[in-house]
Design a protein around this ligand. Structure first.
Ligand code: MN
Length: 339
């Protein structure tokens, strides 16, 4: 546990360092909120800190304070490599295995001599970091960054900018404070962040009230494609590349679609299958309620993982084959799904 190492970390951070902070590939609200929150905190101590995202992220995150300083490894490889090679400290946030940053970037991070930190709440962390703060019971990495700053005795340093970043990730990873990992401490932290200047109502609008007409049309198509298997309390959605194209799909447009399937009365397991012609795969998002672990389901069948109630996965087969496989596996979980 990192707590015993705090004095050591304090000593490390007591003089300006070259620091690189990395979120996982296809960064979400928690990934960008936590990396930028930590970035603004480290800047206060005059560190030369940079957030390097493996690739681009949705527009609804681009208003975050510090967004204009973020490098994208995919399109800025040379600058990114130089920074990682010269880094004294490397923070990996909201993921726990290098390959989650993509193979190219993983290679560069692996080769780096920087002292490595991990702050993350996903299952089964790798052990590459000298300082590992891993806790799967946490609502979000943003809540953990708050705790990290608290352990360093610096909650009074949290200003409106840091508070705004951290608020975003806690809000998005908890489905606006309703998922089971939301604790009284989560609400305490959120209360504190509002106290420090996070404008909760404005942040909510910035993230969620940014629908384009075409995204709502795509949502309509997704809902038409919704299928239900009532006896196994499962529902799933599919979207083909042709459908995405028809509605002018942009990164992030399908975010949250799977939750509509999970909101059906009686349903405890939901999936969405989204074709990606570019990556030649079917991207899969899985959600559950209660104890049915989509993390284990995805690890066992779809090369993915995540949390008990939210996980990702992928399939190299075509859409129909992937869905057929999914449906054929389900009965083996009959007992868990009919509980
Ligand atoms: Mn997260």
């Amino acid at each position: 546990m990192i707590k015993a190492q705090i004095p050591e970390i304090k000593a490390l951070l007591s003089s300006p360092k070259n620091i690189v902070i990395v979120p996982h590939k296809n960064p979400d609200g928690d990934a960008m909120g936590s990396t930028l929150g930590l970035y603004h905190y480290l800047k206060m101590y005059n560190h030369n800190a940079t957030v390097i995202a493996p690739n681009d992220y949705p527009d609804f995150l681009k208003w975050l304070p510090g967004d204009d300083t973020v490098l994208k490894f995919e399109s800025q490889q040379e600058d990114s490599k130089t920074l990682i090679n010269n880094a004294d400290l490397l923070f990996t946030l909201d993921f726990n295995a290098f390959h989650r940053a993509g193979d190219d970037m993983a290679e560069v991070m692996e080769a780096s001599n920087a002292t490595k930190f991990m702050i993350d709440h996903h299952q089964q962390p790798d052990d590459y970091a000298k300082y590992t703060y891993s806790d799967v019971s946490m609502s979000s990495t943003c809540e953990m960054v708050y705790n990290f700053i608290e352990m360093l005795g610096d909650t009074d340093k949290i200003d409106a900018t840091i508070a705004t970043c951290l608020y975003v990730g806690i809000m998005t990873d908890t489905g606006s404070f309703r998922f089971p990992a939301t604790t009284s401490k989560t609400h305490f932290v959120i209360g504190n962040l509002i106290e420090k200047g996070a404008n909760n109502s404005e942040i909510h609008n910035n993230i969620f009230d940014t629908n384009s007409y075409s995204r709502l049309q795509l949502l309509g198509r997704a809902m038409q494609n919704l299928k239900v298997i009532p006896e196994l309390r499962t529902a799933y959605i599919s979207l083909s590349q042709a459908e995405l194209d028809e509605f002018n799909f942009k990164k992030g447009d399908t975010e949250g679609f799977v939750n509509y399937a999970l909101s059906l009365k009686g349903i405890i397991f939901a999936a969405i299958f989204i074709e990606s012609q570019q990556d030649q795969i079917i991207k899969i998002s899985l959600r559950s309620k209660g104890t049915f672990s989509v993390n284990e389901f995805s690890r066992a069948h779809f090369h993915g993982g995540g949390h008990t109630n939210a996980a990702g996965g992928r399939s190299e087969a075509d859409m129909q084959t992937t869905i057929d496989k999914f449906i054929s596996i389900l009965p083996t979980y009959k007992q868990e799904l009919s509980q």
